[in-house]
Design a protein around this ligand. Structure first.
Ligand code: SER
Length: 568
């Protein structure tokens, strides 16, 4: 059975049993407290809390998911960043009895997996949540021998919530040949932001079965990379690979390029913050491993094309955005490669020198220089060092990193210093106008617009942002109009200090090349704009006068630049 048939069979099975089939939601969730969609239940979160589901009480889906939690494990038999999750869900419809029966029937009757290779885990209870006494009985009724049912604690058999709050509950899981293939969550509780559990008014079911793992078991493969969801991709990498023993690197490339294709096709672009940073990290890691394998320059786009081939009929967006996806991959490769070779040379020399001195730790200064001068994400240097049997001095690196941030911050404040002078106050106005422009761009061109850079002189502002094409005349006009309308509305500019977490939760936009301190300043302009920013800003938008875009141009692949001024 191939993966396509398995996907269809799962959905047919549940459709026949009264489930509405719901399409996968985006990888970019509406919940601002999570960066990515990591589970099938995420799009259904409100329905567990009682909101009526427009599709009915029982639904099933195959959901695109992206998780960074396992990123360091990628390279083994079964960990991935991007994967598909099959799931059946019920919101106040059926509960344990039916859910367990469905799982049993699908795995052991339809797919005919060997029951003798399966283990069933259940929640054994703790001081807060009682033992699940029903599930073992239901499994046994279906013919599962008692000794195959194992009680586990909170760590293993309790799931959720995603994000900061939401439904969660005890689970029962099915492991085949030691691999978890089916996770059945009984959503009985609501966990709030303080970690308090309250019983839900209605009970819910949330099942997750990782498609890649299930395919691996069904196709009797040793790892997910041998299944038809990966095999053609790995083939492309192997075509050019000399060192055939290095499966780890090839798996990292296969997984990361697949993840990148899906993220880019949803509008994520490489940057130094949030989702863009995750994309940059997986792309750069794939690039680095393609170097380790000595692959030719065009291999990553070839891998990307193969990924699109495999998925375009299931997820049309990857096919529709093929050209953009490949351009972004190639753009990041060009950008990173410029400095990569010199950086790698430097790193190898340092590793050699450490080893010759019998030292076990790479100094933080070296790691920091690689970050600052060669764009090596910390995690990548750490990984290369680890392969050579060296640790990195993380503490020293972090100290240098903090100091560097502090210097940048002071630098930024100096730039805005001396507010007494008239011309300097114009910079403050242009700074507030920059925030309005940023929001207007996102409103008119879409939320995928992200700040990539900003520069202000007393005469003009300059703003760089991620966007794939030239702006149309009409779009420029609309953006100007929207900013001017907000100026006319004379909105108040409010400054607040808050915890970084709280700021991000509240939806404040963030742009810094590096990490933020724990306490940040957030500037809000009416209900139009909210950004983490050191300031300063004007008090009311009417101070700005008239906003005028002077020029729009390219500032690199996938990046546009706007110059704008304020007229009295
Ligand atoms: N939410 C659970 C998981 O992600 C089951 O779907 O494993």
């Amino acid at each position: 059975m191939n993966s396509d048939q398995l996907r269809k069979q799962f959905l047919n099975f549940f459709e026949k049993r009264g489930h509405a089939i719901v399409p996968s939601s985006s990888l970019i969730p509406t919940d601002p407290s999570v960066l990515f969609t990591t589970a099938g239940m995420q799009q259904f979160k409100p329905y567990y809390l009682g909101e009526p589901c427009p599709y009915g009480k029982n639904v099933a889906s195959c959901q695109k998911c992206f998780r960074t939690s396992d990123i360091d494990e990628v390279g083994d038999e079964r960990h991935l960043t991007f994967f598909e999750m099959l799931g059946n869900f019920s919101f106040g419809g059926y509960f344990k009895e039916e859910a367990i029966k469905f799982a049993f029937e699908f795995l052991f009757k339809v797919l005919k997996l060997p029951l003798k290779n399966a283990i069933f885990t259940v929640f054994k209870g703790d001081e807060e949540v009682p033992e699940d006494k029903d599930s073992p009985k239901i499994w046994q009724k279906l013919g599962v021998p008692k000794e195959k049912i194992v009680g586990m604690g909170r760590q293993d058999n309790f799931w959720g919530p995603t994000g900061l709050e939401g439904p969660c509950g005890p689970t029962t899981e099915i492991h085949i040949n030691g691999i978890e293939v089916w996770n059945l969550v009984f959503n009985e509780y609501f966990k709030d932001r303080d970690g308090k559990l309250t019983p839900l008014k209605q009970k819910g079911v949330d099942t997750g079965a990782g498609l890649e793992r299930l395919v691996m078991v069904v196709q009797k493969k040793n790892n997910v990379f041998e299944t038809d969801l990966f095999e053609p991709i790995v083939k492309i990498i192997r075509k050019n690979k000399c060192d055939l023993s290095n499966t780890r690197s090839e798996r990292i490339i296969a997984d990361h390029i697949k993840g990148a294709v899906f993220l880019i096709s949803e509008g994520v672009l490489p940057s130094n913050v949030e989702r863009g940073y995750v994309l940059r990290r997986i792309l750069r890691r794939a690039i680095l491993h393609s170097k380790i394998l000595n692959l030719p320059k065009n291999s990553l786009t070839e891998v990307g094309k193969e990924v699109i081939e495999i998925y375009k009929n299931v997820y049309p967006e990857v096919g529709t955005h093929q050209a953009d996806v490949l351009t972004v991959i190639e753009g990041e490769r060009e950008k990173f490669e410029k400095t990569l070779e010199n950086g790698l040379k430097k790193l190898k020399l340092q590793i050699k020198s450490c080893k010759s001195k019998n030292e076990k730790t790479l100094p933080g200064k070296i790691v920091f220089d690689l970050f600052q001068s060669y764009g090596f994400p910390f995690e990548i240097t750490k990984e290369i060092a680890k392969e050579e049997g060296l640790e990195v001095d993380e503490k020293d690196f972090q100290e240098r990193f903090k100091k560097h941030q502090e210097i940048s911050r002071v630098g930024a404040e100096k730039k805005f210093g001396g507010l007494g002078k008239v011309t300097d106050y114009n910079m403050v106005k242009l700074h507030t106008a920059t925030h309005l422009l940023h929001s207007a761009l996102r409103k008119i061109l879409g939320e995928k617009v992200k700040q990539m850079g900003s520069d202000i002189t007393p005469e003009r502002l300059r703003f760089d942002f991620s966007f794939e094409r030239r702006l149309k005349e009409e779009e420029i006009r609309k953006i100007e109009e929207l900013v001017n309308q907000k100026i006319k509305e004379d909105l108040e500019v409010k400054k607040e200090e808050m915890e970084l977490d709280e700021a991000l939760k509240s939806g404040a936009l963030a742009f810094f090349k590096e990490k933020y301190p724990e306490k940040v300043t957030v500037y809000t302009i009416g209900d139009f704009s909210k950004e983490i920013c050191a300031g300063p800003h004007v008090k009311k938008t009417s101070e700005l006068g008239i906003f005028k875009i002077k020029k729009e141009e390219s500032a690199g692949k996938g990046i546009r630049r706007i110059y704008a001024i304020l007229l009295k």
